[in-house]
Design a protein around this ligand. Structure first.
Ligand code: ATP
Ligand code: MG
Length: 401
């Protein structure tokens, strides 16, 4: 019976009609509506450290370490929301800024990102500012605002490796200036998955930073099982995914490094495998199969073989929310990404060649059309990648450049 079902053609309609997923997005949400599990200890520590902000005093710096997928970004994001809500209740002024430093690797682009969040009335240019200009604007704005500012620098190891620790020194010094009372209180949380992050920080800066460290250990098997079970309840139809499946995935991922992101991805991949076979349930044999397909997922393999600038170009396109991009647009996005990553962009001609390569590799669709109104030819680029895969691709590219 099964072999007949397996030969059935998969159509878009049949995939949409599947009775496995109820709400697939739940699997990829950073903060599930049911909350985060098994991180009470870390949350308690962080609440104790951050509470002084609500009494208008700055927290010098809190380090958060942990392997990939251990919930650092998720827990901090949730805590920031809680801190903001409490500040509102207590009528304490607080503005928060979150910067992903693997996407912003220089002091200038980090400061501009912070500025555009703490001072939203002003439109900051995404590229083109000198460091001196960004620094003086940051000083000016923090003096004017006279508020508590909570800055989260996520994946900070990328920025430290790329452009040194000036940014940390700058942020920590803001509070110790003579006119501290007339300026803002800036508190910083640094998130890193490289435990040796201290090696990238000069002793002079280290002495101005706090010594608080919060460690996110890899998840144990039971913890992963609970996380999977909690999401599976709302992501899948009743009875589509049974406990032994979740148990097996938890076992596999616990032995590999306790990464909750990977566990959720494997679960998603199992459901996809079941749909491809026209089944209405995930069965145990599919877990290994889904695990193998994850590894040979073609688009990830292709992207892994790209050169640094090709990766930067592809990253630029993945970051855009537009359905269709034109050639000129793409070059602008690429140059922006280069500036954020602290590398000089290649010429338009080179980038054009890359686009042709991408199209040959099948990772973009590119069409040249004649624009009658503008009397010129134009290249239209589309990407056939779903939102979850886009997010995953962005992360894997950022990790590899
Ligand atoms: N304790 C948890 N409860 C529920 N879901 C979790 C938990 N920890 C992590 N997750 C989920 O796992 C995924 C990865 O978590 P997160 O992005 O916070 O990891 P991270 O530690 O920041 O990883 P990286 O170092 O790669 O940035 C997210 O989808 C998150 O919602
Ligand atoms: Mg993270």
């Amino acid at each position: 019976m099964d072999s007949i079902a397996e030969k059935k053609a998969v159509t878009f309609a049949s995939v949409l009609r599947n009775n496995i997923y109820r709400d697939r997005d739940v699997l990829h949400a950073l903060l599930p509506s049911t909350g985060l599990l098994h991180r009470t200890e870390q949350k308690n520590e962080l609440v104790m450290e951050l509470a002084p902000i609500l009494m208008n005093s700055a927290v010098s710096c809190v380090f958060v370490y942990g392997n990939p997928g251990t919930g650092k970004t998720a827990v901090i994001t949730q805590l920031m929301e809680e801190l903001e809500a409490e500040a509102k209740r207590q009528k304490v002024k607080l503005i928060k800024a979150y910067v992903n430093c693997s996407e912003n690797r220089t002091e200038t682009t980090i400061l501009i990102d912070i500025l555009s969040q703490i001072n939203p009335e002003k439109t900051y240019p995404r590229v083109g500012w000198t460091r001196a200009k960004a620094v003086s604007e940051f000083k000016k704005v923090s003096e004017e605002l006279k508020t508590n500012v909570m800055v989260v620098l996520d994946e900070v190891d990328y920025a430290l490796k790329e452009s040194g620790d000036d940014i940390l020194y700058r942020l920590s010094r803001i509070n110790t200036k003579v006119n501290a009372k007339t300026s803002s209180n800036v508190s910083t949380i640094l998130i890193s998955n490289d435990v040796r992050v201290a090696d990238y920080i000069k002793p002079k800066t280290q002495s101005t930073l706090g010594r608080v460290r919060v460690i996110f250990a890899p998840y144990a098997e039971e913890e992963l099982r609970d996380i999977l079970k909690d999401r599976a309840k709302s992501a899948f139809a009743k009875d589509a995914v049974s406990d032994p499946i979740l148990q097996k995935i938890a076992e596999i991922e616990a032995s590999r490094g306790g990464d909750a992101r990977k566990a959720l991805e494997l679960l998603d991949s199992c459901a996809k495998a079941a749909i491809a076979k026209g089944r209405s349930k995930v069965t145990l044999d599919l877990v290994d199969e889904a695990d193998r397909t994850l590894e040979k997922d073609t688009i990830f393999n292709i992207v892994a073989t790209l050169t640094k600038h090709q990766k930067l170009l592809y990253l630029a396109m993945l970051k855009s929310s537009k359905k269709e991009l034109d050639g000129g647009n793409v070059y602008k996005l690429y140059s922006e990404v280069c500036e954020k990553q602290n590398v000089s962009p290649l010429s338009i001609r080179r980038v054009r060649t890359f686009l042709v390569n991408f199209s040959e590799l099948g990772i973009i669709k590119s069409e040249v059309t004649w624009l009658r109104s503008l009397r010129k030819k134009s290249r239209t680029i589309t990407m056939d990648v779903d939102a979850a895969t886009k997010k995953k691709l962005r992360k894997s590219i950022r990790d590899s450049i």
